[in-house]
Design a protein around this ligand. Structure first.
Ligand code: BGC
Length: 898
């Protein structure tokens, strides 16, 4: 789509609302954004021009040439967007030399409001679902577990001529998979995703033009329980307790003909329904597929179709009022893992190791079957001491999939409506199993991967990989705590502590934008955020310190990373209400009342006093609310919360700090919160830092932090002159440490520092996940500290970079990040007393580079003295560094460092 190849900065990576070519958008003023690249040092855009046309080519909006060298996005500001319409848009960027370069993309609007829907919620008549079958070996008793078969729905319809366009607008209460003429529609998994269905159900849009043909066509669906009517969380109650009792489908197929006429095929009583051969499918329990009940051709327009067992669909409701276009990327089968080993464990039993803990399912080719044979696949994260599958830590999540053979001797089994967290599986019921017959299918919300990190220590590289796998495994529709046991909840603190790391690994803007709707939606009328979102019956509602505060911390952090003020606009009222709620119940400014289930510094070896921790978070939330209001120009609000934050800080100091900077409780986390949140007056900071460093030293050096302190320890030590201690913690290998689990079989970050020890074996099974990302929040410091790729304080959207590597005794490290402005990167190495630092700064951004050196005067850039290098300005020198200001481009500094 490039119109002219100017020499100026080139736009690329166009996004609409942080998504690539989104299909189905209900947002009235979407954000159109682009990134910039350039081969020239010092290049910066002079301005931009965005134009939007509708599908007929009529221009609907033109910004005109906008003279703004910092812009990499603009909010659509034209006339109201029409529903179900594709818009084409272009951005042209002007270089300093006046040449324009243009790129194009598109977005398509969705239903834009409930009134547009004519479809009804349909299902199979629940009274004839037949859920009382006697269970057979390996299967769960349906009635005992409240499980029920999945449901098939279909409708045949005529298409006189191939339509010009066809869109399927679809959702489910439960999970759906759609088919057109036997072909699967789209590649989303576990759709429509998890929301609090009482408030909101996301719908998706699929382009199905290519799947239709003139004549008779068949639109078909399978719906299963999912989060709607299946087990969710650790509530032992039967399904139905959370949202609904049986799965339902709602869909509209819009056939757009050449002249513009539209035919709509909508779910209603004129559809057919039947019980599916999926005898049950549950996210926690697993899935059972009975091929004896399979009716091939059920989803085809004609031919062998067997109408026996089909009934008129049961209309469960017609209310479309809670439908919203999904903002987040769908869950997808993102990659596959081959089996690393297959071991025979009994006559018809095999153990398979995928070598990696992950969330997903397996695809299994089963051979040598006779009708009625059962193949049972159990999932687990580890093996027990006897070499068998260890499942005690899954609690009530059976995580067991069952295939019941039909007439075919060979079949491929891949469950569709469940997922598990596992590394190992046990397969029973087969006489032979080759490694090539079983594949791990990795599922996660398809957030585009955006970051890389590597360094000279293979242990730290493995830690980084484990952190990334924790992210993949736990970003499944919502940010979950763990993927394996009967929990998998959107715990707010886990999400907030991990967010800075997550943002450096992947583009999570749309993912969190979607989830923040749940966070806001769950807020109580009194202003309390919850502990989990989507909210779930059976989980203590009112947000604990550090948990509820995520409703403030997350939007703020997203704004900083993505520079999109809408994260603040959409959340500011909720942020204010949360701070007001705490304030109302704690007028003395020490947060002791309405602390929800106060989880404190969860799982910390050294507990921090609860009032210290809570009050620190109260101050933090008030402060960030003030800053958010300031960004939005809401000055009065900013002043009010700013003053409140000041009073809380003062109270914190008076109540909890001694004149020499000691914090009540004297724990690492206490100092970390006080320092990270800027709670202490300047004169107390040195004492607090000194004591923090002593505590770290005394512990080994070691850490005694829990979930809330752990992400702060390396950045705070670094910020206060103790990067050496941060490195010492990073490289420690005995517990509690990040590397200890990696020496004991971990491929993901554990929930507990000592989930398994050689002396004791497994930690208590009641709470021992091997795939929790919270303690992996140190990932942020790998990028920002070790590799030195950071934003300057006060910068949003990577406008102002801070490049400050912390080499420690490593010999190299590098990080690369695809920011909203373009690629930012650092790569350093040190050999023979020479420190070599490469930096990439995208057009329009600037950076301050701290070059570590013991000879500031000798620093060179691309071979010439730094002071003479184009695009480089010396900003100062310290005893062990030279500070330079640089414009966009690629730089290579070399400096003496011993
Ligand atoms: C979860 C955590 C969560 C915590 C609340 C646990 O069961 O797994 O990650 O934040 O409960 O303290």
């Amino acid at each position: 789509m490039t119109e002219s190849q100017g020499r100026g900065p080139l736009p690329y990576g166009l996004r609409c609302d942080h998504r690539v070519e989104p299909l189905g958008l209900d947002e009235p003023a979407p954000l159109l954004s682009w990134r910039l690249s350039s081969g020239r040092r010092g290049d910066a855009p002079a301005g931009y021009r965005v134009r939007v046309r509708d599908e007929d080519g009529t221009q609907v909006w033109d910004t005109g040439a906008v003279d703004d060298p910092s812009a990499v996005s603009v909010r659509y500001g034209g006339p109201a967007l029409r529903a179900r319409t594709r818009y084409l848009w272009t951005v042209a960027v002007a270089g300093a030399d006046g040449a324009w370069t243009q790129e194009g993309s598109w977005f398509e609007t969705g239903m834009q409001g409930p009134s547009a829907w004519t479809a009804a919620w349909i299902t199979h008549d629940p009274s004839v679902l037949d859920v009382v079958d006697a269970p057979e070996e390996g299967e769960l008793a349906l009635a005992d577990h409240g499980l029920q078969p999945a449901v098939r729905l279909r409708k045949a319809f005529e298409v006189p001529a191939a339509p010009a366009g066809a869109r399927l607008y679809v959702t489910a209460r439960g999970l759906y998979e759609m088919r057109v003429n036997g072909e699967r529609v789209g590649d989303a998994e576990l759709a429509p995703g998890w929301t609090d269905y009482r408030d909101r159900v996301d719908y998706q849009v699929h382009d199905v033009t290519g799947l239709l043909r003139p004549g008779t066509n068949m639109l078909a669906a399978t719906v299963a329980d999912g989060w709607w009517s299946g087990f969710a969380g650790f509530d032992p109650r039967r399904p139905g307790a959370h949202y609904g009792t049986f799965p339902q489908l709602l869909a509209e197929l819009h056939l757009v003909h050449a002249g513009g006429a539209v035919d709509v095929i909508a779910t209603g009583g004129d559809w057919q329904s039947a019980r599916s051969p999926v005898r049950y499918a549950d996210l926690l329990k697993g899935e059972c597929h009975d091929l004896r009940r399979e009716t091939p051709g059920w989803d085809l327009p004609a031919g062998d179709r067997d109408d026996a067992g089909w009934l008129p669909a049961w209309v469960a409701g017609t209310d479309p009022s809670r439908l919203t276009a999904s903002a987040a990327p769908p869950v997808r089968a993102v990659r596959e893992l081959p089996a690393r080993s297959v071991t025979r464990a009994g006559e018809n039993r095999f153990l398979v190791d995928f070598g990696q803990n992950f969330a997903g399912r397996v695809r299994l080719t089963a051979r040598g079957l006779t009708r009625g044979d059962r193949v049972v696949v159990r999932h687990g994260e580890a093996l027990d001491d006897a070499g068998g599958l260890y499942t005690a830590n899954l609690r009530t999540a059976d995580a067991t999939d069952v295939l019941i053979a039909g007439d075919d001797a060979e079949t491929v089994f891949e469950p569709r409506f469940t997922y598990h967290g596992f590394r190992h599986v046990e397969v029973t019921g087969l006489t032979a199993l080759d490694a090539g017959d079983i594949t791990g299918v990795v599922l996660h919300s398809d957030t585009p991967w955006a970051g890389e990190f590597t360094c000279s220590d293979p242990g730290i590289d493995r830690l980084h990989q484990a952190i990334c796998w924790g992210q993949r495994s736990n970003f499944v529709s919502v940010p979950t705590d763990c993927p394996q046991r009967d929990e998998r909840l959107g715990w707010l603190a886990d999400a907030q502590v991990f967010l800075p790391t997550a943002c450096l690994n992947a583009d999570v803007a749309a993912f969190f934008d979607g989830w923040l709707r749940e966070v806001r939606g769950a807020q109580s009328p009194d202003g309390a955020f919850t502990n989990v979102a989507p909210r779930l019956a059976g989980v203590a509602d009112e947000g604990a310190p550090g948990w509820g505060d995520a409703g403030v911390l997350i939007p703020w952090h997203l704004y900083q990373v993505y520079g999109d003020e809408r994260f603040l606009e959409r959340n500011l009222d909720a942020m204010c209400a949360w701070v007001d709620h705490i304030h109302r119940h704690n007028p003395g400014l020490v947060w002791t009342r309405r602390v929800g289930p106060h989880f404190a510094d969860w799982l910390a070896p050294a507990p921090t006093p609860r009032d210290v921790l809570a009050t620190a978070y109260f101050a933090r939330s008030a402060d960030l609310t003030a800053r958010a209001a300031g960004v939005l120009g809401r000055d009065e609000t900013a002043a009010r919360y700013g003053a409140l934050a000041g009073h809380i800080r003062k109270t914190f100091t008076e109540r909890f700090a001694t004149p020499d900077g000691r914090i009540h409780g004297d724990t690492q986390t206490g100092y970390l919160l006080a320092l990270a949140f800027g709670l202490l007056p300047a004169e107390l900071v040195p004492g607090a830092v000194r004591r923090l460093a002593e505590l770290v030293e005394e512990a080994g050096p070691g850490l005694t932090t829990g979930f809330l302190g752990v992400g702060l320890i390396a950045p705070v030590l670094d910020a206060h002159g103790h990067a050496d201690l941060a490195h010492a913690l990073l490289r420690r290998t005995d517990p509690p440490s990040w590397l200890y689990p990696l020496g004991h079989g971990a491929t993901t970050v554990w929930e507990r520092w000592d989930g398994y020890t050689a002396e004791r074996g497994f930690q208590a099974a009641a709470m021992n996940s091997f795939n929790h990302y919270a303690l992996g929040s140190v990932g942020e410091w790998l990028h920002r500290g070790v590799a030195g790729l950071d934003q300057a304080p006060g910068s949003a959207g990577y406008r102002e970079l801070l490049i400050r590597p912390r080499p420690g005794d490593l010999t190299s490290a590098s990080a690369r990040y695809e920011s909203v402005r373009g690629t930012v990167a650092t790569a350093w190495s040190r050999h023979d007393g020479v420190f070599d630092l490469r930096v990439t700064v995208p057009p329009g951004a600037t950076a301050t580079v701290h070059v570590p050196t013991d000879d500031p005067a000798g620093v060179r850039e691309s071979g010439v003295p730094a002071a003479d290098a184009p695009g480089v300005r010396i900003a100062g020198a310290g005893p062990r560094e030279l500070r330079c200001r640089i414009a966009s481009g690629e730089y290579r500094f070399t400096a003496g460092l011993h």
